[in-house]
Design a protein around this ligand. Structure first.
Ligand code: SF4
Ligand code: F3S
Ligand code: FES
Length: 247
């Protein structure tokens, strides 16, 4: 027998002065293989066309359908209702600017953070479209690709107590991104350059090891390993510079 699902959904439109934050309740018959993404579309089509939420790809690639599902950040398109209790509470991701209801503006946050950590390969080499691609060891290319799988969904940032308390903290997303560049031999930045960007309290030393980031990452990126490596590397650079100054 199919279940009757009860949705408690956060509603608020910051553009409308008459709108006040509250929760609306919707009922929906559960169907086989129902994802939250399909359920929300059904609710919007059949019950309330004003319901706001984001999606584009429906397959955990675009990163736009992140929301807090029964208290835990996750992707609506990859969450089956059969994995949840019959009562489902949906909230927008914290940290990011609310657009309305379940829709948040992750784009502005990610653009600003990417630019803060200079999230690109720094090289003096001119790009030559005719040149053959440079070779890289397979194992290294795979390690870089492992970290490149981030879809900028914001779940790790929304789940992090530090990111929720401190606007200036760059979050696990950015620390993972930095680890990716440190690994890449094409990036010619020196240790001191990396240190300046993430060897700070806004970077790796602001991370309190709360671990939620890796738990919620829908791409299962090994964030803890990368954060651990980065912490050790930045600690080592700091010690080196202290001894250099004393010597
Ligand atoms: Fe999303 Fe994972 Fe990337 Fe964080 S690291 S933004 S949780 S994909
Ligand atoms: Fe936050 Fe993850 Fe560090 S949850 S405090 S970035 S370990
Ligand atoms: Fe693209 Fe969910 S709709 S990740």
């Amino acid at each position: 027998m199919s279940r009757q699902l009860k949705f408690n959904i956060f509603r608020y439109n910051p553009q409308d002065p008459a709108s006040v934050p509250h929760a609306d309740t919707f009922l929906l018959e559960e169907t086989p293989s129902l994802t939250l993404f399909i359920a929300l579309n059904k609710l919007r089509e059949e019950q309330d066309p004003s319901l706001m939420f984001d999606f584009a790809c429906r397959m955990a690639i675009c990163g736009s359908c992140g929301m807090v599902i029964n208290g835990r950040p996750g992707l609506a398109c990859r969450t089956l209702t059969s994995d949840l209790p019959a009562e489902i509470t949906l909230m927008p991701l914290p940290v990011f600017k609310l657009v309305g209801d379940l829709s948040v503006d992750t784009g502005t946050w990610f653009r600003a953070t990417n630019s803060k950590i200079e999230s690109w390969i720094h090289t003096d080499q001119e790009f030559d479209p005719q040149a053959t691609e440079e070779r890289m060891e397979n194992a290294l290319a795979e390690s870089i690709f492992e970290l490149e799988r981030c879809i900028e969904c914001g779940c790790c940032v929304a789940s992090c107590g530090t990111a929720n308390m401190r606007e200036d903290f760059v979050g696990a997303f950015a620390l993972n991104r930095m680890a990716r560049f440190i690994m890449d031999p094409r990036d010619k930045r020196k240790d001191a350059d990396y240190f300046e960007v993430v060897g700070t309290d806004q970077g790796i030393f602001g991370c309190m090891g709360l671990l939620a980031c890796e738990d919620v990452c829908p791409r299962s990126i090994p964030l803890q390993d990368q954060l651990g490596l980065l912490r050790r590397k930045m600690g080592f650079i700091a010690l080196k510079s202290i001894f250099k100054r004393k010597g």
